[in-house]
Design a protein around this ligand. Structure first.
Ligand SMILES: Cc1cc2nc3c(=O)[nH]c(=O)nc-3n(C[C@H](O)[C@H](O)[C@H](O)COP(=O)(O)OP(=O)(O)OC[C@H]3O[C@@H](n4cnc5c(N)ncnc54)[C@H](O)[C@@H]3O)c2cc1C
Length: 359
């Protein structure tokens, strides 16, 4: 039998393609390398699966070419309604009502039953034979590459479209912790602060974000660090402002009358005092500009997404290949990545719906 569509990859985007295509009466086969589908749906948001965000906008993504697709974002809540996923919004982030990724996966599995899925199948090539494609001994009129990335778990399968003329933009871990010079975080592992984190170019601030910073033995993490990691290329310095609500003058005034421990946990205060001496600047200045040196992205096993992938410009407005009609791509395998907060899952669902409606 020749399928209407073979979907390679059973993550959020691939299962969405399958769900939408099946609802249109198409014949579908999902091929998944892992023993189970939807691993990252269970991992996302620490198991709570932050599926989208109230404020989807192009500036949250890496590539302005994503804008015309984002205009169709209303398709995502409509898809959730169709599969029976009730959601709740917390600080703009949208979660399943149960706050459990298992719910999302179970609902997707209900509309893409087992008979349409083969697990434990690693696709290593796609062949065009006349008007159809052959994949692992099966044939289909359309093929969808929904293989995601190797961030945390998964595999890199972008190469499957190389024989059809597609390129792959350099893959880099993103939304990942930053490794740094150990002296700057010595004794701080496990501490959390609410502050401002700035990516520096010498004394120039390249980008500044407010939020929680988590110290690790060999670096820093937390949502603002993960978001800033998307802008770190090579080794850079970052600066922490531990009291972003105060001016330098207010900080100075406080310290002239009170102990530093009024605003900083003791191990952090110790690091600040040491750095203030080393840099020969005041303690107040150091509290507002504590330098963490030589930060660089940690590896793909620590990342939530990968930057890079198949360039969006090589696909049309239905995410069909401009080089080889019948081939589609969706989700993270494309060079689209967004901030923390549901933007990446949103792209996985949205692009999956667009492809599912097109194949
Ligand atoms: C720890 C963690 C937390 C996250 N939290 C959030 C969050 O809260 N909100 C958010 O928006 N995003 C989050 N993300 C990102 C989000 O999970 C991904 O962007 C999204 O799941 C990508 O979906 P996808 O379908 O494109 O790829 P994936 O989910 O990676 O699915 C791809 C599938 O393809 C399979 N595959 C790969 N190669 C082959 C092959 N050759 N043959 C057969 N199968 C293959 C893989 O096994 C995998 O199952 C998180 C990611 C991680 C790792």
């Amino acid at each position: 039998m020749t399928y209407d569509v073979i979907v390679i990859g059973g993550g959020a985007s691939g299962l969405t393609v399958a769900a939408v295509a099946l609802s249109r009466g198409k014949t579908v086969l999902v091929l998944e390398a892992g023993e189970r589908v939807g691993k990252k749906i269970l991992l996302a948001g620490n198991g709570r699966c932050n599926v989208t965000n109230e404020h989807i906008s192009v500036d949250r993504y890496n590539d302005p070419l994503v804008a015309p697709f984002l205009e169709k974002s209303e398709k995502v809540p409509a898809f959730f309604d169709a599969i029976g996923l009730v959601t709740r919004t917390i600080d703009g982030r949208i979660y399943p009502y149960t706050e459990s990724g298992k719910t999302v996966l179970n609902l997707l599995r209900a509309v893409v039953p087992e008979k349409f899925v083969r697990t434990g199948v690693v696709v290593d090539g796609i062949e065009r034979v006349g008007d159809v494609f052959r994949v692992c001994g099966e044939t289909a009129r359309s093929v969808v590459l929904a293989t995601g990335s190797q961030a945390t778990v998964g595999r890199e399968s972008h190469f499957l479209y190389s024989p059809f003329g597609h390129t792959v933009r350099g893959l880099l871990p993103a939304l990942c912790p930053l490794r740094c010079c150990r002296t700057d975080v010595k004794g701080l592992s496990g501490l959390r602060v609410k502050g401002a984190l700035s990516l520096m170019d010498g004394d120039r601030v390249v980008e500044r974000r407010l939020g929680e910073i988590l110290f690790k033995e060999d670096g820093i993490s937390g949502v603002v660090t993960l978001e800033l990691s998307r802008k770190v290329f090579g080794k850079r310095d970052v600066a922490i402002d531990f009291v972003p609500d105060w001016s330098a003058r207010e900080t100075e005034a406080f310290l002239s009358e009170h102990s530093i421990e009024g605003v900083l946990q003791r191990p952090i205060a110790e690091r600040v005092l040491a750095q203030s001496q080393r840099r020969n600047i005041s303690v107040a200045e150091t509290i507002k500009d504590y330098r963490v040196h030589s930060v660089e992205r940690m590896g793909h096993k620590q990342a939530q997404v990968m930057q890079g992938g198949l360039p969006l410009g090589e696909f049309d407005d239905r995410l069909q290949s401009k080089f080889s009609p019948g081939l589609y791509a969706c989700g993270e395998v494309l060079d689209v990545d967004g901030d923390c907060g549901g933007y990446n899952m949103h792209w996985a669902f949205l692009s999956g719906i667009i492809v599912g409606e097109s194949v």
